[in-house]
Design a protein around this ligand. Structure first.
Ligand SMILES: NC(=O)c1ccc[n+]([C@@H]2O[C@H](COP(=O)([O-])OP(=O)(O)OC[C@H]3O[C@@H](n4cnc5c(N)ncnc54)[C@H](OP(=O)(O)O)[C@@H]3O)[C@@H](O)[C@H]2O)c1
Length: 274
């Protein structure tokens, strides 16, 4: 890639992106810049990227900047770098709660929002992306090229990023919680060792997903294939279809409400005078 890429914030997300971009050799170390509030943290692998002494130095050198900061830190950092941004610079926020409208209050430039999933660690993220109206097709292609190093890229309108995040970014946590509950229950009814129960469920869960993908099966297809009429799976499956919808509805109502509150708090912080 012939663009300079900067990453502000060397926390969980910033570190992950730096590692993936440099492992995939998609950005050379002299074109991959990083800045962090605590500079000493970024000195660990300086042969793979270029350390900036501050955010301004990074802004002056970068064509695409990934802002890997908590919402509270985004406004001051944007204000700090805005006067030093390169012409045509593309800013990518990793935070879903801060709206384009709020980001544009600080500087009217090309913005994207990107939401990766923890499965990026094994290059299987379903990464969500949304753009403001200044983004060009060329920008989209560049971001796709970069983000395909961590998995698939899914474009959504900004107003669907919330539910989209529940479905891909929060979902590993939801899936783990659901199957944890299933395993806890199974443990009460068997003498099979706990770790063996978890391994059996996990392997079956992964194989079921693989089976669905390879054979183009829907969830319903799997249920009707396994839950034969009058059989044992049908009994268990019916219990889930009767009891679980209430839990799933409550889960989404609560997570979406929490998302609204977080977005309101972010807007409030952007409206506050310094
Ligand atoms: N973690 C996830 O799974 C995930 C998934 C999707 C989206 N996100 C979003 O991604 C964003 C980053 O999350 P994270 O988990 O990576 O956060 P994090 O681990 O807390 O990292 C934040 C980093 O920002 C640095 N920082 C703070 N203020 C700064 C400043 N003024 N200048 C330069 N660097 C500064 C911090 O530096 P210090 O070392 O000095 O503390 C820290 O390294 C958040 O908005 C989050 O909502 C996270």
């Amino acid at each position: 890639m012939d663009k300079n890429v900067g990453i502000i914030g060397y926390g969980s997300m910033g570190k992950m992106l730096l590692n993936k971009f440099s492992q995939a050799k998609i950005v050379e170390s002299q074109a991959l810049f990083v800045a962090n509030r605590t500079v000493s943290k970024i000195e660990e692998a300086n042969d793979r990227y270029t350390i900036c002494k501050n955010n301004i130095e990074l802004a002056k050198n970068s064509d695409i900047i990934f802002i890997c900061l908590r919402p509270i830190d985004i406004k001051p950092v944007l204000e700090e770098i805005a006067p030093y941004l390169r012409k045509d610079c593309l800013l990518v926020s990793l935070n879903g709660s801060v709206s384009f409208a709020n980001l544009e209050k600080i500087t009217k430039c090309k913005f994207a929002k990107v939401i990766p999933s923890v499965t990026a660690e094994i290059n299987q993220s379903q990464t969500l992306i949304s753009y403001n109206d200044l983004i060009t097709e060329e920008d989209k292609n560049l971001l796709n090229e970069l983000l395909s190093t961590i998995g698939n890229v899914i474009e959504l309108p900004e107003n669907e990023l919330g539910m989209g995040s529940e479905l891909v970014s929060c979902m590993p946590g939801f899936i783990a919680s659901m199957f944890d509950v299933v395993c806890q229950s199974a443990k009460k009814h068997t003498s099979i060792p706990d770790d063996q129960i978890e391994e059996m469920v996990l392997d079956t869960m992964c194989a079921t997903g693989q089976l669905m993908l390879e054979n183009n099966m829907s969830f319903e297809d799997v249920v009707s294939r396994v839950a034969t009429k009058g059989g044992i799976t049908e009994v268990g499956s019916q219990v889930i279809y009767e009891g679980f919808p209430k839990t799933a509805d409550e889960m989404f109502e609560k997570t979406l409400e929490k998302r609204r509150q977080t977005a309101d708090a972010a807007t409030k912080s952007f409206n506050e005078k310094d």
